[in-house]
Design a protein around this ligand. Sequence first.
Ligand code: 9MR
Length: 385
Amino acid sequence: MKNFPKLLIVLLAVTALASCADKKPATLAEAFKGKFTIGATLNKGVYSGTDTAAANLVIRQFSSITAENCMKQENIQPEKGKFYWDEAEAFVSFGEKYDKEIIGHNLVWHSQMARWFAFEDGAKFEFIPGQRPVFPPYCSKEEFLERMHDHITTLVSHFKGRVDVWEVCNEILEDDGTFRKSPYYNILGEEFVYLAFQWAHEADPDARLYLNDYNMHIPAKVDTYVRLVKELQSRGLRVDAVGMQEHLDINNPTVEEFETSLNKIAATGVKVYITEWDMSALPNPYLMSAEITNRFEYTPETDPYKEGLSAEQSKLWNNRVQSFVECYLKHADVIDRWTQWGTTDATSWKNGFPIHGRTDYPLLFDRACQPKPVVNWIIANAQKF
Ligand code: 9MR
């Protein structure tokens, strides 16, 4: 009898543990536990607290967050030597408060580059509507190296120990696998890649580092990334992963094309991050890409689901997403993170790209922050893989 309370405690503890083990996942974050992190990309409304519905969705459903715009160079260092930290600070604090993996996007990107960054001090820009822009001369190589070192070092050091993962180079290749002729490449050649990784690592040795691009299903493109990873490795530089953006549409690419590229990356020994996932439900006027200079004219035929997605298209979309997710789960040993580009359909960039003003349905949560059918399927099934 003396032992009764002890026995009771043990019994209660065992029952509690058993019911914990039985507990079915209720959210995406729980569904992917032990497999990979599941991320959302945050705009200002989410981390500043004005969009409370989206913020609550992220807090509950996701385990990782990426900065959609606030860390891009034109926003964070719009003038030489002047860093504007407030927004990025709000983003990182949000992640810390809710214990999310925090992704910095990005250190090197030709687009949304600060206007002063590659050109002679005080350079004048003239943009005449309808004419090709004529750019002023680049600054000297020495000056560019100093600016690049300063930008990367200042940004990464500022968030040392707080940002878990930095996207070091974004969209540095053309689809044919050659280097994009950006100011980085034009001034430094391929060396800019190795310098960027070196300086990012020096500024925060614990941060994970990766290369990132769209259209990674194109063999020539992924092959060059494989070469770059090997080159980084042979120089002893830290590289943790290759990011496959995965801006998909309703037809392209195939799961098999994705898988072939994933296997090529995995063979180098680094991880794969799915970094900017979305799947447009709309007709696509060109073969899918995230090349943001591509724009097409709006006509009503290009925007068929203004009043809501048809049942047929919704089924197609959900089934296609499911087949990708099955593939991601199959490769959970290689995939470390799956991030969707945005939080809900309401604020996705796809409503404005590649045609402005359409109503698209590319993300896992709808305009009312409700899960699409495939989300419920994931929550019920992911742990079975
Ligand atoms: O989603 C971003 C959008 O709000 C910006 O206006 C746009 C400007 O370039 O960038 C979008 O994000 C891009 C990301 O940073 C890099 N890959 C392509 C994404 C979609 O354009």
